[in-house]
Design a protein around this ligand. Sequence first.
Ligand SMILES: C[S@@+](CC[C@H](N)C(=O)[O-])C[C@H]1O[C@@H](n2cnc3c(N)ncnc32)[C@H](O)[C@@H]1O
Length: 460
Amino acid sequence: MALSCNLNRYLLLMAQEHLEFRLPEIKSLLSLFGGQFSSNQESYGKSPFWILNIPSEDIARNLMKRTVCAKSIFELWGHGESAEELHSSLKSYPLEKMVPFLHPDSTYKIKIHTFNKTLTQEEKVKRIDALEFLPFGGKVTLKDPQHIFCILEDYGLNPNCIPEKPHNIYFGRWIADGQRELIQSYSVKKRHFIGNTSMEAGLSFIMANHGRVKENDVVFDPFVGTGSLLVASAHFGAYVCGTDIDYNTVHGLGKATRKNQKWRGPDENIRANLRQYGLEKYYLDVLVSDASKPSWRKGMYFDAIITDPPYGIRESTRRTGSQKEIPKGLEKCPESHVPVSLSYHLSDMFFDLLNFAAETLVLGGRLVYWLPVYTPEYTEEMVPRHPCLRLISNCEQKLSSHTSRRLITMEKVKTFENRDQYLHLLSDHFLLYQGHNSFREKYFSGVTKRIAKEEKSSQE
Ligand SMILES: C[S@@+](CC[C@H](N)C(=O)[O-])C[C@H]1O[C@@H](n2cnc3c(N)ncnc32)[C@H](O)[C@@H]1O
């Protein structure tokens, strides 16, 4: 009770992209900065307007230094379902909270933001004029004012049914913008070293935020590829390292991914990617190594593991092995110790990943990874579990009508003991996800195309 009295109300204006990823991002960041999410705040759904109770403006500012899912935050002075309701709510906002921003020697401006409707200039002026009862003492300045206030009107989510009057109107003092511009400034289109599966900038930052990556952390990506996830983590001040089974990727050799270029250039590698953004000091190293056989010594701890394992669609799921692991009769030279490449079933890969994270994360550290799923067969029970890891969030990104990938975030909640590594084999989750060994086959076999075709003809 005492806590809620100390909370101030803020309005978050969310971006209308990656909707499912927004709540876990904001929750993760708030928990990183000492804010909390109360349960009655969980029903935001698809709306871009979220009211948050946060203990201090500092926490609100820290949140905005990290979020890519939110556009702006405002200190909420009033809210209503009509102009009258908004005005009476503003009249009951404590004067002492307004006064510091309404001084006669200050400058200010009032902006209008509408969602799902465009207002004429005349309509905008009318709304601003209607606020004359507020004791604004300062001078209006459009360029670089000290304080910015905003009227935000919500006309709902349906562009085919725009109401005459807004469903909700908010008025607040602008505090800060989020980090949406990172999506452009870190775009893979302008990145030095890229590959077929380089993760787009927006999702890379979202992953680092779900992973609560912070300054001076050590972040590891066992399927590092071209290092997009390391770039995002380093941007937030973490030291980064990774491994990949592919020698050419780690050493920046082989064929280029860009259309007009045949071979990778001399300095096309992950270190150069970090250098491009002034982040080279955060580069620890990247190694050629097979994630199924981690080569770390015991007692090695990471603050976060953020990764995008292969799904076998644009890159193969392989692991190293020896001739001995090849079924009898198929081996070429039984005595040889030369490593061979064996196929790496998806379920084995994810359970290896969970075991590795359970063993090498610090307590409270997070594992963030993508799980590919075949949507007609997906159930939440399929998501791999581990006795040392608590599931924090599970967000879907659709890839096609029948496939999607889910961003899974887990937190280490228990110290790893040797017996933990086999417990998952007894769980139903393991058996359920084994079905996904066939994800690749289903993707290529045309099952997805056939179902889509059947659905289309049944709708006709
Ligand atoms: C989806 S890509 C990662 C892309 C990366 N996030 C990026 O932005 O470039 C998966 C990577 O896993 C690597 N890989 C496949 N099997 C592996 C294994 N057994 N151990 C380590 N890396 C593996 C592939 O070579 C590929 O680079």
